[in-house]
Unconditional design. Sequence first.
Length: 126
Amino acid sequence: PDDGTLSFALMYIPAENMHYRLLRDDDGTVMKECLNRHVLPVGPMSLFAYLQTVSYGLKGLALPAEGQELRRRVGRLRRDFSALVKPLATASTHLKNLNKSWEELERRTIRMEDSVNGMESRPEGD
């Protein structure tokens, strides 16, 4: 386990009949010794099931590491987003002020245009 390995070993018995005989004829002595040494005897029929179980277990162990990476990325995203809030508020205020100034400029332009039009429509000599 210190070297990144698991705390048990699979002992592959390549002949299914030998594996079956070990399980059937054993009075518990061989299996007890295997388990004391953290060794699981497996045959051709059970090897895949054990390997799948180990694979799922390792994937389960990897999830916390992926979760930490995800939390780190979400934290960075939150900081980046927070850095946008103040400039966005400032830009929004500037845009509102620009809109107010634009509307005031339009009103004054209309009044000035009306005044010029009124002066042009007066008969001369008035």
